[in-house]
Design a protein around this ligand. Structure first.
Ligand code: 5AD
Ligand code: SF4
Length: 433
């Protein structure tokens, strides 16, 4: 979401004549887009801002703005920590960026814009595809009403709001006309899409509509809440051809008592049942997840239940985090904090086990032929191109720039933890591999 917010900021400022610079030293305007999800992310922001102190001293005319979740949370407090910044704008005020920048340029006075609006205008900011990019993000909803006890998002992004179905379809139709082949639908909890619209639109109906847009070949989405993963949505993996065979379904913990205290509103058995249904409907689906270790009160036996669940599901990929107390959340007030060394040790155990599962799953693809949508040149070699399998694995293989935007067959020769290496099988799609 944050990457797409930055793209929206860029699109708004480009319209005003701003251009991206090669280095921050030569910039007239620097925007720092921040995240507050864990304490570590906040520390990173302070260290980035620290670097800009010298830049501002050298060029006092430069304007520095701070946006995103941390800006929403801290507001004017950020001036105390970094007095050289010029403005702070929160998550509901992205659409006002051009006006704020103009005002700061003209009046050279500080501004703080962190109020919430009933309508989140920023969900409707359309970003043109980047430099011939064949894959784009599209926001379909924003905010969250779930209030998981560890999470700061509902406080900083506000209540859930869905974007009108027609606006989403129109944006994707325009993207397709610019050569975009793949869209990733974004929202804090995409499967509750439509709840605020009261017109019958829901996430499965949106997927079907997008599936009909000419030129769009692949649909992805993130993130889903397990409690809202309906049978209707699971069915879409069989009925919407363009829907990629991947779901990111954060489980957070395998212990029912931890899940209860996290206010997740499902238990481990509910989660396992949904995983089984997904695999019944779509046998090759790849499933990734998030884990939090060291939530207050997490006993060794609670933690072991997370390990057991990992062994049972064998996720294709996972992101894992040490619990970080966030200001204003319900979990912040819970006693029985887990000591840092215990959290660290549990994180290592989760990560080591996940590494084994990821390597195993990737290795199983050796010798298979996969459909790859080529999205660009490879980062590591200019004679290679790069793309993804429908199951969201990065594949690099030798090929020319002309392949970008095409879906090609690639045979998988080597597998690593973060990517696969393949060989072009056929140049054109829709031919038998
Ligand atoms: N501490 C640790 N991890 C967190 N996440 C969200 N809030 C916290 C927190 N306070 C993780 C969850 C979520 C992912 C985006 O970030 O796993 O799914
Ligand atoms: Fe946070 Fe839970 Fe909402 Fe996800 S569903 S954004 S974890 S409150």
């Amino acid at each position: 979401m944050n990457v797409h917010d930055s793209e929206q900021m860029e699109a708004l400022l480009m319209k005003e004549g701003f251009r991206i610079t090669d280095t921050d030293k030569s910039a007239d305007l620097i925007i720092v887009n921040t995240c507050s999800i864990r304490e570590k992310a906040e520390q990173k922001v302070y260290s980035i801002l620290g670097r800009y102190r010298g830049l501002k001293q050298a060029r006092p005319g430069m304007i520095i703005g701070v946006g995103g979740c941390m800006a929403q949370q801290k507001g004017a407090e950020l001036f105390a920590r970094a007095p050289y910044i010029d403005f702070v704008f929160g998550t509901h005020n992205i659409h006002r960026l051009p006006e704020i920048v103009k005002d700061v340029e003209r009046n050279r006075a500080r501004r703080v814009e962190t109020c919430f609006h009933d309508t989140v205008y920023s969900i409707g900011i359309v970003t043109p595809p980047h430099n011939g990019s064949v894959s784009s993000f599209v926001t379909i909803m924003q905010g969250c009403n779930n209030f998981c006890s560890f999470c700061v998002v509902p406080y900083l992004r506000g209540r859930e709001e869905s974007r009108e179905l027609k606006d989403i379809v129109d944006e994707i139709t325009i993207l397709a006309s610019h050569g975009v082949k793949e869209v990733t639908l974004l929202g804090q909890n995409v499967n509750s899409y439509g709840n605020t619209l009261h017109n019958g639109a829901d996430f499965p109906s949106l997927l079907k509509k997008i599936g009909d847009i000419e030129g769009i070949e692949r649909i992805r989405f993130t993130t889903s809440h397990p409690k809202d993963l309906s049978d209707g949505l699971i069915e879409c993996f069989a009925t919407v051809d363009k829907l990629c065979e991947h779901i990111h379904l954060p489980v957070q913990s395998g212990s029912d008592s931890v899940l209860k205290r996290m206010n997740r509103r499902y238990d481990a058995d509910d989660y396992l049942r949904k995983v089984n249904k997904l695999r019944e409907v779509c046998p090759y689906i790849s499933i990734s997840t998030d884990f939090i270790v060291g939530f207050p009160g997490e006993s060794e036996s609670d933690f072991q239940k997370t390990i057991d669940l990992m062994e049972e599901v064998r996720f294709d990929n996972a992101f894992s985090f040490k619990y970080s107390a966030r200001p204003g959340t319900a979990a912040e007030k819970l006693d029985d904090r887990i000591p840092e060394p215990v959290k660290r040790e549990r994180l290592t155990r989760v990560q080591e086990l996940q590494q084994i599962h990821t390597v195993e799953k990737n290795h199983a693809l050796k010798g298979m032929v996969e459909d790859i949508l080529v999205v660009g040149l490879s980062k590591n070699s200019h004679t290679d191109v790069s793309g993804r399998t429908k199951t969201n694995r990065i594949v690099n293989f030798e090929g020319e720039r002309e392949l970008i935007g095409k879906t090609v067959c690639v045979s998988i020769h080597n597998t690593y933890i973060h990517s696969l290496r393949g060989k072009l099988f056929e140049k054109e799609r829709n031919q038998k591999c």
